[in-house]
Write a protein that binds this ligand. Sequence first.
Ligand SMILES: [Zn+2]
Length: 403
Amino acid sequence: MTEPAATPLRCVVCGLGDAVTVWSVARTPMHAVRPSGVAHHASGFGQLDIAACSTCGHLSNRAFDADAADELYGALVLTNEPVSAGMIAAVDETAALIMRHLKRGPAVLEVGGGGGALSLALARRSARVDLVEPSRALGAERFAGTGVMLHRAMFPAPALAGRRFDAVVCRQVLEHVPEPAPFLAALRASLADDGIAYLELPSADDILRRHSIVDFHYPHVHYYRRGEMEWLLARAGFAIEEVFDIKQGHDMGFLLRAVTPLAREARASFDISPSEFAAALAERRARAAQRLAAINGPIALYGANAYAQALLGLYQDSTRFDAMFDDTTSYAGRCVYGPAGEIAIEPPSGERLAGMAAVVIAAYLHDAEIARKIAAMEFRGPVYTLRAPDPEAPGAIASLFDP
Ligand SMILES: [Zn+2]
């Protein structure tokens, strides 16, 4: 007997091979934000072929090009910079949570810190932080005198080989990694035996509950449910100390301790119906197309992020979007893009809003805060959020996906 060869189509959770497509987009932007007027108009697109494993139900993008991952992250414009009071408070809360579990002056490793907001918040609380982040947009000068040491590299970074840390922090990274098992093993190897790890990622349970089609976007290879994570973590040598519901269940956070890796049999946990899920997603897609077509006049998007990226891949062929507002000051000279071309990112203003027939809030995790800003700028037209309705908690802002 020989082992079957590992292929990219093998399920990373249960190890088996069959999967059924539940969602596909032929041509979707690979980047949420890029410099304006630089790239060829036809470049920067990838394919979504989101499939559910026939054995365990794990969702992943079978069309993701793992060979392009270095390029995807190295060239990345820094996104998810905290730009509002709410976002800054959330970063501070996470830093405080991690520090509560540590001795004084701990050595902390953050993997994939984006612009470094959390590393800086940890360093302000007297942690010594090593930050591993591949983005070439990030310069060491940003961290001069802060106690944060930047390693511009993919993880595991050769410069840190053999080092072990009191805490290992990894937020919003695992869903981008094609092979989670060796990545989690490397995180575990970086952790001291009495240390803690904090891992945060989007929840596929939330996508399955709300049928949120804009949560499928190119940079995410994998979509994990909590049960799948429990199993992957046990196998990598992490015991779960506490699980956190973040952003009303959109994300999940795990506080972990190091234990001996558990060799467990793969268990089937098939509790989704791929055909029903696919039908619900298709209905969302059609509903939003109808709503967009009914808007008579220029449409503005607010929030140049992954959800705007997904929306443009889905609808820019059939809908004209006239403005892209975002509060991130470093986005000057940058754009979002889709099959029909680029849209420059600009700061919102009452003057520009006055010319719009409707606003679609793409940054839906912050929709309440953004809706207040838009109202304060005296915009009186319809405002939609990309938040897919939660069957148990109807939102205050009309959703583009409301049935
Ligand atoms: Zn599976």
